[in-house]
Design a protein around this ligand. Structure first.
Ligand code: NDP
Length: 310
């Protein structure tokens, strides 16, 4: 017989580890499955300067090691595996891993995060953290007086472009059509900024220059004519959308059109009692480490109260 756990946490970003710290200290003896990228999105960033408590900043991977250590210190059982299927039709819930290990759990905290969508260019991957970023809030500060490009024409792209003007000397938005998807207000705010230019009907088709070890330029291609040109650039910000990692729960948990899990307003409870969602998998607005940690804390407290009420 598989032992039934009180709480199982899926995901190991700030939300998952914070849920683990709170759940472990509440004697819920949590087990946490890290997923395929232990530490989550912060492990692919460099300096984290906006997480309170680190006045000199901290490297993302180091911070996540500390989160993990703190979760383990209170007895969280951390497993470096991916949960690959769930059965939430009855309690205890069942979670099966990629190694076919089966867990039964009274409560489930989902903190599987979200992944920025990239363009899929080879050099884009190689230059991540060396001029290529998908988070202006995280990395904009490193582009003081630089010439940066933002790909996308949605609200995020406009928001990121506007935000980047605080630092960069010039921000060029690369928009693949001759209009933007973004709301009028966001679009106008970005376009009216004197530092922002728009390169309409273009796609970024290559990032230069891997041999320099950092972004020095881009190849951009006209969407209809296919005419290519090279432009100088110090940075490339992707804002072509984020994808919440919620595929496991499709058809089972309520989610919006994009896939963000829906929770009761002001809480982390999902539509299935005993299942809670925290962090970027349920947050399309803030997507910050500190807000993810906050909702992770909420989820653990709600799980504890749920178990008490049973
Ligand atoms: P969206 O899906 O709204 O926009 C994505 C943008 O990226 C579109 O302009 C799209 O172009 C473009 N794009 C997609 N794939 C590619 C590609 N391969 N190459 C080039 N361009 C590409 O995503 P957002 O992240 O902007 O927004 C997500 C949701 O969050 C939206 O509902 C938005 O309103 C909301 N949001 C709200 C904010 C606010 O109100 N403060 C701030 C940020 C987001 P195309 O239009 O041609 O498809």
């Amino acid at each position: 017989m598989t032992e039934t756990r009180k709480t199982l946490i899926l995901g190991s970003g700030p939300a998952g580890y914070t849920a683990a710290i709170y759940a472990a200290r509440a004697n819920l003896e949590p087990v946490l499955l890290t997923g395929s990228q232990p530490g989550g999105q912060l492990t692919i960033t460099t300096d984290v300067e906006n997480y309170p408590g680190f006045p000199k900043g901290i490297m993302g991977p180091e911070m996540m090691d500390m989160f993990r250590e703190q979760a383990a210190r209170f007895g969280t059982e951390i497993k470096d595996v991916m949960g690959t299927s769930v059965d939430l039709s009855q309690r205890p819930f069942t979670v099966t891993t990629e190694t076919d290990e089966v867990f039964k759990t009274e409560t489930l905290i989902i903190s599987t995060g979200a992944s920025a969508i990239y363009l899929g260019l080879e050099n884009e991957t190689k230059l991540q953290g060396r001029g290529v970023s998908a988070c202006a809030t995280c990395d904009g500060f490193f582009f003081k007086n630089k010439n940066v490009y933002v790909v996308g024409g949605g609200d995020t792209a406009c928001e990121e472009a506007t935000f980047l003007t605080k630092y960069a000397s010039k921000v060029t938005m690369v928009v693949r059509r001759n209009e933007m998807r973004a709301s009028k207000i966001m679009r106008e705010r970005a376009i009216s900024n004197p530092k922002v230019e728009v390169l309409w009907e273009h796609n970024v088709t290559d990032v230069l220059d891997v041999s320099a070890g950092k972004v020095t330029g881009l190849e951009v291609t006209h969407s209809t004519t296919g005419v290519k040109q090279q432009v100088e650039a110090d940075g490339l910000f992707l804002a072509v959308g984020h994808k919440p990692n919620t595929g496991l729960f499709k058809g089972v948990l309520d989610m919006d059109d994009v896939g963000y899990l829906k929770t009761v307003p002001g809480k982390t409870a999902t539509n299935i009692p005993g299942v809670f969602a925290a962090g970027d998998c349920q947050d399309s607005i803030y997507r910050q480490a500190v807000t993810a940690a906050g909702t992770g804390c909420m989820a653990a407290i709600e799980a504890e109260r749920f178990l008490e009420d049973q």
